[in-house]
Structures are given as structure tokens and as C-alpha cells.
Design a protein around this ligand. Structure first.
Ligand code: NAD
Length: 377
């Protein structure tokens, strides 16, 4: 099998998400790390890239140098991952798409709705793939839930309830720690704190499983630690195009909740439940029947869930291999196959539209607001 050349921007030594991308991209032999501009500090980035096996001439000091260095190479990278802080995603993603590279961008894809629309347009014009790393949607049992909804096993979805609430910013005495503080500073984080950071994962997953898009929403934001300008807790009610009702709670002050991402889908003939801290199981209850625990690796699962599982039943694969599933779909898509589970720029745009709608609603006492991007209204 020919490996695809892969380049990474951000995700340097000590970063949070960098290791998951490196494990994920290289887990199945699809990609080899061929180039990188890994760190905001050029020397650190070059040294770390070489430590990871990147040739000296492809260990770049910054992303502009990488763009110039890769642009005309016959063996140029087939995919670029953007894993830098949020306020750089737009500029880097746009530049690489315009130069004809496929891109996987971290979430949130952009800082504004206008930038999101611009990325959608640029990706379409370039004919290249622009994926967004909504990696939780790539857990095999999340794909299984999506297949069950698609095949009508729970009937029409009446209600989706999603939570992404953790307690890791709940210590008021740590609120001024620079690694925490920037997330609630509009100058660094944009218009929203916790909803833009975690809530959009939950909202994407609700759409992904229900097979429907958010049309309108009403939000209540709170800064429970009063020094914070942006919200650290949010409750968002939403309605989907097809009439499904959505409830979403996201918080960073829910002390005792660890990762805290879970979702329930309630249809006319059954219910489904999944939690990221026990990602191998889906609880399925048919109406009037007993709850069944479905397990990753079972023989009876859909082809989609089977395709994205590697190790035997009851063995955890975990977060890096959910990220790996994004790379599996990307490698297939780069080779021309259709992978409809891959989150794309339109999903990143819809998230940004939901963020701005939630901010407007919260500022207007929870008024219902159109959450669709202007280009889809
Ligand atoms: P981090 O602060 O831990 O690491 C950021 C890395 O990017 C550092 O190595 C830094 O040196 C490097 N960097 C910064 N500016 C750069 C530049 N201009 N060029 C090259 N490198 C640069 O941040 P993180 O927590 O890893 O988050 C990075 C991104 O990943 C964010 O957008 C975040 O929202 C996203 N994220 C996504 C998930 C997920 O589940 N999909 C999880 C965590 C973080």
C-alpha cells in the first residue's frame, strides 16, 4: 500500500491534541509524517519534527515557510492538519486550500460565520477536501447509532439530549492561570467560551446521529466565575429542520464530571444512549422492551461500525483511534471513495453559525434565533 504524505501545523511537543493526531494519522499505515511546522517557536518546532522523523528540509519554522516549501515538490504532502490555536485556523486553512492541498482543520474551524462561508467557498472552488475534526462522531458505536437511526430502528427522532460538561475550570483560585484564562477572554477565544469549545462537538453529534440540521435555538449563558467575560456554562434548546427537539448542556465548572460528553436519542419506537467515557457501549431500548447493551466488536453491528473497529470485542480502542477513524475516511476520500461520515467545512460553518446565534440569543434573554448560516437560509 502506498502511504500518503502528511503534514502537520501546530500540535507541537506538550500540546494537548498533537499526540492524538500523530497516533491517529499513522495508526493504520495510511499516512506518514513528511513535513511539519509544529510549534509557534520555530526552533522548537523544527527540532521536534526531526525527532519525529521528518527530514531536515521539511521541518519548517512556520506555516508560510511550509506552504512555500511544499507547494512545488513532486512528493508534496497529500494532507495538511491544522492543530494550532483557534484564531489561526482560518488563515492557514484558506491558504493551503487555495494552494491545492487537502486540509483537516481542528474545531472551531473559524472565528466568524463569514470566515466559515469563505472556507466553504474556497474548498468548493479548489476541489480539495476540507475536513473538520469532529472526532467523537468517528467512534464506531456513534457510527452504529447513526446507522440505526438511518435504518429506522428507533423511528422518527423526537428528541436529542446532549451534554458536554466537565469540571476542569471549576476552581476559582485557578481562573487566572494563563492556560485557563484565555478561553474566557474575547480577545483570544472570540464571542463564546464553553459553547464554542465543547458545546459545538455535542451539537454536531446531535445532527450527525439524527441526520438533520439545527434550524433555530434559544440559549442561556452564564459566567459562574464572575471574573470571566465569556460563558463557562450554557444551556441551549434547539429545533432541527425535521422537527426534532434538542436540549444541550455544556459546562466547564461541573466539578466531578470528567470528560462529560454523552448523548441520548429518543425516537418514536426506541431510545439510544452513549457516553464518551464508555465509548464501546450503546444502550438501546425498543419501545415496550428491555434495554440491551450493544458492544463494539459484536458480530451483528453495521458494516460502518465494523469497518472502524480494529481490536477484538471488549478491548478499548479509545480517543486516538476515534481520531484515526477520521484519517481512515480521509485517506479513502483522498483516493476518491465516498465517505459520508467525514465532517466537512459545511459542518464547521454550521457550528460557527450556531455559536453566533447562541450568543445573540443569550444577550436577548433567550429569544429564539435562526441558527442557519446565511448561505443556507
Ligand atoms: P495547545 O495550546 O495545547 O497546543 C497548541 C500547539 O500549537 C502548540 O504546540 C503551539 O506551539 C502550536 N502553535 C501555536 N501557534 C502556532 C503557529 N502559528 N504555527 C505553528 N504552531 C503553532 O492547544 P490544543 O489544546 O492542542 O488545541 C489546538 C487546537 O485543537 C484548538 O483549536 C483546539 O480547539 C483543538 N482541540 C480539539 C480537540 C478535539 O477533540 N477535536 C481537543 C483538544 C483541542
Amino acid at each position: 500500500m502506498t502511504r500518503l504524505n502528511w503534514g502537520m501545523i501546530g500540535g507541537g511537543e506538550g500540546s494537548q491534541i498533537g499526540p492524538a493526531h500523530r497516533l491517529g494519522a499513522q495508526a493504520d499505515g495510511n499516512f506518514v509524517l513528511a513535513a511539519g511546522a509544529l510549534d509557534v517557536d520555530a526552533a522548537r518546532g523544527k527540532a521536534f519534527a526531526q525527532k519525529l522523523g521528518v527530514a531536515e528540509d521539511r521541518a519548517y519554522g512556520d506555516w508560510k515557510e511550509m506552504l512555500e516549501g511544499e507547494r512545488d515538490r513532486p512528493d508534496r504532502v497529500d494532507l495538511v492538519t491544522v492543530a494550532t490555536p483557534n484564531n489561526t485556523h482560518f488563515e492557514i486553512t484558506k491558504a493551503f486550500l487555495e494552494a491545492g492541498f487537502n486540509v483537516l482543520c481542528e474545531k472551531p474551524m473559524t472565528m466568524t460565520v463569514e470566515q466559515g462561508e469563505e472556507i466553504v467557498r474556497v474548498a468548493e472552488k479548489s476541489g480539495k477536501i476540507c475536513a473538520v475534526n469532529y472526532c467523537y462522531s468517528a467512534y464506531p458505536m456513534v457510527r452504529e447509532m447513526r446507522q440505526m437511526v438511518r435504518s429506522g430502528q428507533v423511528g422518527r427522532v423526537r428528541l436529542v439530549v446532549a451534554n458536554f460538561s466537565h469540571g476542569h475550570h471549576g476552581d476559582a483560585s485557578d481562573a487566572d492561570n494563563p492556560r485557563v484564562r484565555w478561553r474566557y477572554d474575547p480577545g483570544m477565544a472570540g464571542v463564546s467560551g464553553q459553547f464554542a469549545d465543547c458545546g459545538i462537538h455535542a451539537m454536531h453529534m446531535a445532527s450527525f446521529i439524527a441526520g438533520d440540521e439545527v434550524r433555530s435555538l434559544s440559549a442561556d449563558f452564564a459566567s459562574t466565575i464572575s471574573s470571566r467575560e465569556l460563558e463557562d456554562d450554557a444551556m441551549v434548546n434547539f429545533r432541527m429542520e425535521g422537527g426534532t427537539v434538542g436540549r444541550l448542556w455544556t459546562s466547564s465548572v461541573a466539578i466531578g464530571r470528567q470528560h462529560g460528553f454523552d448523548i441520548q436519542v429518543f425516537g418514536e419506537t426506541g431510545g439510544l444512549r452513549w457516553a464518551s467515557e464508555q465509548p464501546n457501549q450503546v444502550y438501546y431500548t425498543p419501545v415496550g422492551g428491555r434495554t440491551q447493551i450493544m458492544e463494539k466488536g459484536e458480530g451483528s453491528l453495521s458494516d460502518e461500525a465494523g469497518r472502524l473497529s480494529r481490536v477484538a470485542i471488549a478491548h478499548p480502542e479509545g480517543f486516538p483511534l476515534a481520531v484515526a477513524n477520521i484519517y481512515v475516511d480521509l485517506a479513502d476520500a483522498i483516493k476518491g471513495e465516498t465517505r459520508d461520515g467525514l465532517p466537512l467545512a459545511v459542518d464547521g460553518l454550521r457550528s460557527m453559525a450556531a455559536v453566533y446565534a447562541a450568543v445573540a440569543s443569550a444577550q436577548d434573554n433567550g429569544a429564539w434565533v435562526d441558527a442557519r448560516p446565511p448561505m443556507f437560509q
